[in-house]
Design a protein around this ligand. Structure first.
Ligand code: PGA
Length: 243
């Protein structure tokens, strides 16, 4: 894994925003995998800003988000689908039919997960997948466990993960869903290129274990060591903790 530190969150967002937009120019039909959370907020703001300034055309870009809560409709506040609409999609004008998303209100959640893996395959696979990392080492919602699931699946969220997501529900933990759908480890590792972004000292232990620990299901992100094309982008406050 290549690892690079940037002086600030803003500098990291600017660098990755540049990479993504240059890639779209080169490959207008880019299939982009995307995360939600606090970490990508600066990236999405930067992509919105640069796309408007440079008139970048996203009309052929396809997106697939990593995960979604169970029991929250796509248009409901708190859903990751609504988060993406607000933070990125409406600004850069991804075509609605090009937005791949898990539906946490599907009546058959197993079938929904299978549909998602098939849709990714039908799109030709993910060219570039942007990931965050949980403080517990999760990627997507693949939580530390004795065994990890390969394909898109239903998962029970860990207590720290629910607590970290309370911010999207007015700080009210009782409103955070207990379950989610997430791309599995093989779905993630099948992406042709992966960029993992992490900022802030609270992620230092997870990033250290991902980079320097063994490959273990206790730190799902450590499986990225098996992938030939992973770039890890950190801010300096986190990188300082690794030294
Ligand atoms: P965060 O989440 O960006 O809100 O810290 C990252 C993650 O849990 O993958």
């Amino acid at each position: 894994m290549k690892c690079q530190a940037y002086p600030s969150e803003a500098a990291l967002a600017a660098a990755l925003g540049r990479i993504i937009l240059d890639t779209i120019r080169r490959l207008p039909g880019l299939v982009l995998g995307l995360p939600t959370g606090r970490t990508p907020l600066a990236l999405y703001a930067e992509l919105a800003r640069l796309t408007a300034r440079e008139q970048v055309d996203w009309s052929d870009v396809r997106t697939f988000n990593l995960d979604e809560f169970v029991g929250i409709a796509p248009d409901e506040p708190g859903s990751y689908r609504a988060f993406m609409q607000e933070r990125l999609f409406r600004h850069v004008k991804v075509r609605p039919e090009h937005i791949g998303f898990l539906d946490g209100t599907a009546t058959d959640l197993v079938a929904e997960c299978q549909r998602y893996d098939r849709a990714i395959t039908a799109a030709g696979g993910i060219d570039l997948l942007v990931l965050g990392i949980g403080g517990n080492g999760h990627i997507g919602f693949n939580e530390p466990a004795e065994a990890l699931a390969a394909r898109t699946h239903l998962v029970a969220l860990d207590a720290p993960t629910r607590a970290a997501n309370a911010r999207w529900f007015g700080g009210d933990l009782s409103r955070v869903p207990h379950d989610a759908l997430t791309m599995g480890m093989a779905t993630i590792l099948a992406a042709r290129a992966i960029v993992l972004i992490a900022t802030g000292e609270t992620k230092a232990a997870a990033v250290r274990a991902m980079l320097y620990g063994g490959v273990t299901t206790a730190v799902p992100a450590s499986f990225l060591q098996l992938h030939p094309q992973v770039n890890v982008m950190l801010d300096q406050s986190l990188a300082d903790q690794l030294a």
